[in-house]
Design a binder for this molecule. Structure first.
Ligand code: ATP
Ligand code: MG
Length: 276
């Protein structure tokens, strides 16, 4: 049976996003725990559009590495809400802040799962467009799942305006800023791979790659270093396989970047114990 608002009891707040709040909720009859993302009636039209888009995309997806969708409802007040599975360890961003940087072995596990989710999405013509540590959820089985499809895009026949200005600027790929220069054979999917490369890099070094530790992003400087600088390189001590994997994700020219399914065959991932 579909989940109704009256079935759910709020247990606490899991996080706040643009215009919405995510609650931990319990289903009163089954005692199952879920996450409930609520966007209030008085929020701006763009936020409402985003939550509807997210519902549309989550409703079409079924992958072990995409957060599972359990329902959607609109209250008489006009509030809209999405019910998804609850991920008890939160995001990779909170794990980084809590436990410190990730080892290569842990990152191989993370990378394999995110790539599995991305190859599913890309095969279904969905571009996430906002891959970053705070949009990747984790549970205590160390399952990693892609969440937050508010700015994602379903590709149509044409290679249309998938370079419109969405997503978190810092994780945006060079061809999103400058398609003429870096967008040979531009199709949008490669942008998710760039963002994944930066995400893994950040989880390894503990800070956003283009900025020294502790520095707050300044938009103009950041855009210049992404477009005109060389891609960031890992510190000494990183293995050859990891270095090569990150290079394959962070090719500035989008057509040279590996695809999700190509990366799934990269030797870096054969360290992941679950690979065998
Ligand atoms: P942002 O603008 O920060 O990306 P958002 O409005 O797009 O936020 P989400 O990213 O979906 O919203 O969720 C906000 C936060 O709520 C997440 O960063 C996470 O901490 C928490 N959260 C979201 N979904 C879940 C879930 N299924 N299980 C546990 N925590 C969750
Ligand atoms: Mg988010």
């Amino acid at each position: 049976a579909a989940i109704a608002p009256a079935d759910l009891e709020k247990l606490g707040v899991l996080g706040h996003g643009n215009g919405g709040t995510v609650y931990k909720v319990r289903h009163k009859r089954t005692s199952s725990i879920y996450a409930l993302k609520v966007v209030h009636a008085d929020s701006d039209p763009m936020t409402r559009r985003q939550v509807l888009r997210e519902m549309d995309i989550l409703g079409r997806t079924d992958s072990p590495n995409v957060v599972q969708y359990h329902g959607f409802f609109e209250k008489p007040s006009g509030d809209v809400a999405i019910v998804t599975e609850y991920m008890d360890l939160g995001t990779l961003d909170t794990l980084l802040k809590k436990n410190g940087t990730f080892s290569e072995a842990q990152l191989a596990t993370v990378a394999r799962q995110v790539l599995n989710g991305l190859s599913y999405l890309h095969a279904h013509k969905i571009i996430h467009r906002d891959i970053k540590p705070s949009n990747l959820l984790v549970n205590k089985n160390m399952e990693v799942k892609i969440a937050d499809f508010g700015v994602s895009k379903i590709m149509c026949r044409t290679l249309d305006a998938c370079n419109s200005y969405v997503g978190t600027c810092a994780y945006m790929s060079p061809e999103r800023f400058d398609p003429d220069r870096y967008g040979g054979n531009y199709n949008g999917y490669a942008a998710d791979i760039w963002s994944l490369g930066l995400t893994l890099f950040e989880l390894y070094v503990g800070h956003f790659p283009f900025l020294p530790a502790g520095q707050r992003p300044d938009w103009a400087t950041l855009m210049c270093s992404i477009c005109f600088g060389d891609p960031p390189t890992l510190p000494e001590g990183a293995s050859e396989e990891f270095r090569s994997f990150i290079e394959c994700c962070l090719k500035k020219e989008s057509s040279e970047r590996w695809t999700a399914s190509q990366l799934l065959t990269h030797p870096f991932l054969s360290r992941d114990p679950e690979h065998c």
